[in-house]
Design a protein around this ligand. Structure first.
Ligand code: DGJ
Length: 738
């Protein structure tokens, strides 16, 4: 079984097929981190915790407790009693004093995995090998029980962690505690010698989301974080520790991904003893949770992917895990309908006739679904008004939604619709009736972003009002897809109902409310295809994958910019989750012109679609659409369910970009090569392929043209040639085992 406890050594051992994680009950019940690495047949000893070296543990001598605590490799460090590195837990008691010290109490090992209250979290699925370890720790002074949860997913080589806090203090009725900081995971490792650790993160901005950044871990603290109320464009709740010599195929990589859509912190400290600590969880700034006697609090989950075979394997483990244990949608393994979205085609300037024209053109090109984006409701002629008024604008859509959807269906397309449920325009009926429904600080006018305010969805009546409108729209017509958008960060985070000492709960309550709304949506419409979106890709996180199998990756649809964005996103998330569309050129965001084929080839590595006015395409471009549609259906299974390999990276200074997906049984593969800039006086590129069966023979097809047969061995060891001609050109190679 994956999880075991060695009574004699006092060590918990969590095994996956290729990894082992060891936790020891150290001196005085201090829970220590012993090991996370390649699979061990036998656990190493407790001596790895170095408790027999000076300074000795407080259970041996109280002399240097603070030094001991400050050097110890903790599983779940707490603040206030001597650990000066980033900690996971900070608790304030009724006297306003901070300090917490956790001592091991008991454990349980169970099959399967529990749910976390109100939070997205991974599930065992049909995998009956998944087990969970519950470690109960106590602070008797506070009357606090902390349960650390570790689940081992053997096949995917994933460990998940989360934390449950319970105020169990009953003496004198117990005391109310305030949780000022609760992070979900900590990893302490030694920064040993020349092959020490580097950090991979995915920083970005609007239109430049999730660019891969790799930098040395430095002494002191480094962090990525969000304080914007959403996971954000600027940083992704992901961090990986890798060795200096780790590359795609070799070396250690430990990736952590946080299953949460709000404020987060991922922080390292290279400390005085040449140890690196990495912690991840809800950002403590602005967080303050009241925990009364008898109450409990669940902290969100962190997913850990350890690979000794480079960052490529770390990524593939994440992909398998998210596909198998996080995405619940029935669309997970289905071909997604190829959609055309009218946003870049019309912006707010559309009506039924214009949409039907778009639908007819789309149908004749082979497209399968029309998505009506922003602008169909209230008085929404621009982005200055009407968010919150989720009733159909009959001036734009005479005959209402039912007429439009019936016509679109009659043309032969499915129909999808856009909402932005968390927002309100000051110029809206709903805001005029309920000005107190926006997040706001007393005495201050709340700040607008894109001329909109944030609804206080932490209030039940607010989310009910919005959800009732949304659900009634969905019941009114045959709507098969929803794009759930969110176009500004949270500011003015105050609410008019919570007492003063609970305002610090608001940001987390907001995220819980969002999850509750999305849960209601997918429960009432289990067959709905939901795509999350946040001003492009500001809420592309594992939490949202629990509700939607795909997320809009970025408003930047330029094929060349997408190389970086999609590479960074795919470092953690499966290609089947990345919304990717072909749009018009010159590109709306960067003004660049790229061939229609390149736009199609790049978008085909995500959930494929179009975001343009077909009438504005050249005849030559338009004729390519049916072929792209057919290729998407031909290749989607490989891309969506296969193993993904990064072969070369433009963002990593190669002049070209290349990646491939290989079916799990290695019978088929799809490779995409993008020549970003041609180079004069340079010969062809040779790229070695990955993931294929060396014993097999493959038929090679390049951009639809047969190119003979090659052995798997030849493709892996010698590679394929790609000509160095032109800018922004692309080649697709399809391989099929014969
Ligand atoms: C931001 C999204 O990313 C876009 O795709 C579009 O839906 C607009 N919002 C609409 O306001």
């Amino acid at each position: 079984m994956p999880i075991s406890f060695d009574e004699q050594k006092q060590i918990f051992k969590l095994d996956t097929d290729r990894t082992t994680y060891l936790i020891g009950i150290g001196p005085g019940g201090l829970l220590g981190h012993i090991y996370y690495g390649p699979k061990l047949n036998h656990a190493c000893g407790m001596d790895m915790l170095r408790a027999d070296e000076y300074p000795y543990p407080p259970s041996v001598t109280p002399r240097d407790k603070i030094s001991f605590v400050d050097y110890y490799l903790f599983e779940f460090p707490t603040g206030g009693v001597g650990d000066f590195r980033p900690t996971c837990l900070e608790v304030r008691n009724a006297r306003g004093q901070r300090g917490c010290e956790l001592v091991y109490d008991s454990y349980a090992i169970e099959s399967g995995k529990p749910r976390l209250e109100g939070l997205p979290c991974s599930f065992p699925g049909e995998d009956d090998a998944v087990q969970t370890l519950y470690l109960n720790l106590k602070d008797e002074v506070l009357g606090l029980t902390v349960t650390l949860l570790y689940s081992a997913f053997p096949r995917e080589n994933i460990i998940t962690r989360s934390v449950m806090l319970a105020n169990t203090g009953m003496e004198n009725g117990g005391e109310t505690l305030h949780i000022g900081r609760v992070l979900s995971a900590c990893l302490d490792v030694d920064q040993d010698g020349q092959n020490g650790y580097e950090l991979i993160t995915l920083p970005g901005a609007w239109g430049r989301e999730r660019h891969v950044q790799r930098s040395a871990v430095r002494r002191g603290r480094q962090s990525v974080f969000s304080l914007r109320g959403e996971s954000s464009h600027q940083y992704q709740p992901f961090a990986a520790l890798v060795r200096h010599d780790t590359n795609e195929e070799q070396g250690e990589a430990i990736g952590l991904s946080f299953v949460y859509s709000g404020n987060f912190l991922a922080e390292t400290e290279w400390s005085q003893m040449d140890q690196i600590r990495l912690v991840m969880g809800i950002h403590p700034d602005g967080f303050d949770w009241e925990l009364r006697p008898g109450e409990s609090f669940d902290a969100p989950e962190v997913v850990l992917s350890y690979s000794a075979e480079g960052t490529g394997q770390m990524t593939r483990q994440f992909h398998d895990f998210f596909r198998g244990h996080m995405i619940r949608s029935p669309y997970l393994h289905r071909d997604r309908p190829i959609l055309i979205n009218n946003w870049e085609a019309t912006y707010f300037d559309f009506n039924t006739e214009r949409l039907l024209t778009l639908a007819r053109e789309a149908k004749s090109a082979g497209i399968e679904m029309l998505v009506m984006d922003d602008g169909w409701f209230g008085d929404r002629k621009d982005d200055f008004r009407s968010l919150g008024d989720w009733f159909v604008n009959e001036e734009k859509l005479p005959g209402g939604l039912s007429y439009l959807v019936e016509e679109v269906n009659r043309i032969g397309l499915k129909f999808g619709i856009w909402f932005e449920p968390e927002m309100v325009s000051p110029d809206s009926e709903i805001f005029r009736a309920h000005p107190d429904w926006a997040l706001q600080l007393c005495g201050r006018k709340p700040s607008c972003g894109r001329m909109q305010l944030v609804l206080d969805i932490t209030r039940q009546e607010v989310r009910d009002c919005i959800m009732d409108q949304l659900l009634s729209i969905l019941h009114s017509a045959n709507i098969e897809y929803v794009k759930w958008d969110m176009n500004r960060s949270l500011t003015d985070v105050g609410n008019l109902v919570l007492p003063s000492d609970r305002q610090g709960e608001l940001l987390h309550r907001y995220v819980l409310a969002l999850y509750e709304m999305q849960e209601r949506l997918v429960t009432e419409f289990p067959e709905l295809l939901l795509e999350n979106c946040s001003s492009g890709g500001a809420r592309f996180d594992a939490g949202e994958l629990y509700y939607s199998p795909q997320i809009w990756t970025s408003d930047d649809t330029d094929a060349i910019e997408r190389l970086r964005i999609q590479e960074g996103t795919a470092m953690v998330f499966p290609l089947s989750s990345m919304g990717a569309h072909v749009s018009i050129c010159p590109n709306e965001q960067v003004g660049r012109s790229t061939p229609f084929k390149t736009r199609g080839d790049v978008a085909m590595s995500g959930t494929f679609g179009y975001e343009l006015d077909i009438a504005k395409l050249t005849a030559e471009e338009r004729t390519q659409i049916p072929g792209q549609v057919a290729d998407y259906h031909r290749f989607h299974g490989i891309v969506a369910d296969g193993d993904y390999y990064r072969l070369s990276s433009w963002s990593d200074s190669d002049p070209f970009d290349c990646w491939m997906s290989v079916r799990k049984d290695r019978s088929e593969a799809l490779l995409t090569f993008v020549q970003v800039l041609g180079r004069p006086n340079f010969r062809s590129r040779i790229i070695k392929l990955r993931g294929l069966d060396p014993e097999a023979r493959y038929a090679v097809e390049r951009d639809g043209a047969a190119e003979g047969e090659r052995s798997g061995e030849e493709l892996l060891c010698c590679g394929l040639r790609f000509p160095n001609r032109g800018d922004f050109t692309s080649t697709q190679v399809y391989l099929k085992r014969i």
